[in-house]
Design a protein around this ligand. Sequence first.
Ligand code: GUN
Ligand code: ZN
Length: 676
Amino acid sequence: MTFEIKYKDARGRAGVLKTPHGTLKTPALMPVIHPGKQTLDVSKYGAEMVITNAYLIYKNMDLRVKALKDGVHELINFSGPIMTDSGSFQLSLYGDIDVSNREIVEFQEKIGTDIGTSLDIPTPPFVGRRRAEEEMEVTLSRAKEALEVRNSLMLNSVVQGSTYPDLRAKCAQTLSEMDFDIHPIGAVVPLMESYQYSTLLDVIMASVENLPDSRPRHLMGAGHPMIFSFAVALGCDFFDSAAYILYAQDDRLLMPDGTYKLENLVEMPCSCPICNSYSPEELRIMKKAERTKLLAQHNLHISLAEIRQIRQSIADGSLWELVEKRCRNHPYLLDALRKMKKYTSELERYDPPYKKTAFFYSGPESLNRPEVHRHLERLNRLPRKKRLLLLPPTEKPYSKHVDQGVMNFYSNMKISDYSNTKIPDLAKFSGENLQIVVVDIPFVVIPLEIDEVYPLAQNEAPQTMDQDARKFLRDHLERFVEGYQEILVSAEALEIFNIPLENLDITGNPFHENEIKIPSINSLLNDEIKIRYIADYQFGSGSGKALFDGETNIIKSKKTGKIRYIYDGDDLIATLRARDGVLVLGMEGARRLHSHLPYPINRVVVNEDAEPFAREGKSIFAKFIIDCDMNIRASEEVLVVNQDDELLAFGKSILNAEEFTSFNTGQAVKTRKGGF
Ligand code: GUN
Ligand code: ZN
């Protein structure tokens, strides 16, 4: 079985899993098939994999005999990959079951399951620590036993540990050292049934952070589409749904925004074939069995459509937007979204810095997104000047519109407010000693040199600012301005952001347009400085000097006037990608960065076997990577070297550093060029 990541967003991944019975896309939803009772063909609705219960088959003599004779695929009439559960859930319901771990694992192998499960103990939330610990040890020893018993059966091994994050972490760590294929996160059903999503968040994070990135994770028993995107953003890849049938039996319709009761409906809620063909009244007067089947079909349509939308969002880079939408569908989910703040830096390591779609601010929770956190960190990579000019936001990209903004800046100055301060000679300013930044939400401080780099131009926020955003802005601005000798600020900016003047220690205000010749802000910016700033921001301090020292020839697009190529003679140092303002290295750029940045910064180290392929410019597969800079994120421009740090190639990372080292399958770096 192999698992590969194709796209990443947040901590989520869209990938492919190969099994003996076929390949499927992840994240995936496995409908639960009741052996012997199933009447719906779930593959018709797009299910590529299913889960059924080996214990129920084992317990029923007819089913057992048939499964042993014809196999589980024949028994439940599904030709794709099948996962089986072990009876642990029955164990958690009834306290005891009459099969041993060894027996049920052997049985799963005999009936031809693709992925089997050992008899873990689903310890409920909030039990005493002693019990959680003891039961976790039993779960671990049964997982070990399953490995000894199986021949070629692939194995789930379930993370338990109740609501103790350290026990979840320990369990996950222990399991990750053993040879399992998928890791379910167990015993979370009670948390979901009682809407305790914040606790669920902690349980998932403690587990996911300690599981290998190279194996899929399954949030066991999670079947409501409302929480799929949230769990995917935290790193879950599989869901199973008994909900589609259980809710149908109860005359309830699943929707990504919650649950609808048929008795309350005057309109059908979606555009699936069922909702298109029947009215609520028609369904209500129908015979129960017929109605249940139709509602189950709606539930499957909706649940699988949500999974498809999640996969699309990951490919687009808009998973956060989807999560923020979905989490507004229940106040406790919103609470969990807010509590994700404590995991921002963990999530940031996995979140790709450059995405295809714009960052949309949907509310104060967006301030906790990795993109914001990352920008505020990466500002430290830029050179510090003595003077700072703070400008209010304009349309984006700011540098295009800033001169108009500055006109407003002068005309709006309130002389009377600051009559004691001295008037600066703005005309004498040059780019050398003045840092011009736009102050805006959510990125707080946007130096004009980098204002077209993703996501600083590729984001939208409402003009009317919420209180949290205002406070966020003030707090981070206060931190940013520390150390500047002189701060100039527009009255408009002060007003918009309610910046406390006394804290900022502003000098040199104000000035009036009649008194000073107004310089064009754009005339203070220059292309050489701009590309150096972008390089520093992207690759780290000093990279700009390393890349663009000496003679450089900057070629601009005739159409847009934007910087496109930076050459030294005939040698391409870098291209500035129009879409996101990111520097894409050329041969000469890679060479310069390699000789400037000390090992292991920005390096992906491959073994001898991969060296010839890398030199030819072929893509780098994860299994060849033996070391790397642990700060590499997915979607970044990286250098590919051998063990002696000789430059072989350069390209774009598809995975982050942790994933480079964890995966043994799939592409890791899309090479742009080799041949050094
Ligand atoms: N189904 C729902 N939760 C669980 C769990 O914790 N373990 C197993 N094996 N199955 C489950
Ligand atoms: Zn429908």
